[in-house]
Write a new protein. Structure first.
Length: 186
């Protein structure tokens, strides 16, 4: 499956497609993906950066300057810097996380991989992610690209989404099912 066969929609999809096309023509698909992964992890870890991205109060010039400084400090490539600068000038920074995810989907499709989203109660180690990836690869029959998120309300276990399929083995869901079963008994 190539990137032309996958559909990403909305603002995030349009911007991600444009970035993907630029990265493909510059032969920098992997470098851009690495830069975006670095930026995504920084946005998840730094609450001030998340506020900067989402705030409608901060002017576009201030957002662009601040993001430029952050990207320079992170050492990301010129293509991603110019892309984020354009996104900031167009007042679309609030969609940046979606753009990064859509770029990942396009890249996975280009590589012939299936994107799986793994949500856990705590951050998974690389060995745990590798084990999940190997299990999904054997179950699905193709390479798997993992997107990992943390949701502490799960209490424990995992929620795995692959396309339209979802496997929910979280403690939260098991407790909810037990609660419904107990209501039916009384």
């Amino acid at each position: 499956m190539s990137a032309e066969n996958i559909t990403v929609s909305g603002i995030a999809g349009r911007y991600a497609t444009a970035l993907f096309d630029l990265a493909a023509s510059a032969k920098e698909l992997d470098a851009v993906a690495a830069d975006l992964a670095t930026l995504k992890s920084m946005m998840e870890e730094n609450k001030d950066l998340a506020r900067l991205i989402k705030s409608p109060i901060i002017s576009r010039a201030d957002q662009a300057r601040a993001m430029g400084a952050v990207l320079e400090k992170l050492g990301v490539g010129d293509l991603v810097r110019r892309f984020v600068g354009t996104v900031a000038q167009n007042r679309r920074l609030f969609s940046l996380p979606g753009m990064i995810n859509a770029y990942g989907q396009l890249l996975a499709a280009e590589r012939g991989e299936v994107v799986a989203r793994v949500i856990s109660a705590k951050k998974l180690s690389q060995s745990q992610l590798d084990a999940v990836s190997a299990a999904l690869k054997s179950a699905i029959g193709s390479d798997v690209s993992l997107e990992s998120d943390v949701d502490e309300s799960l209490i424990g276990g995992l929620v795995i989404k692959v396309g339209s399929r979802m496997v929910d083995s979280s403690i939260r869901t098991k407790l909810q099912n037990l609660k419904f079963a107990m209501k039916g008994v009384g």
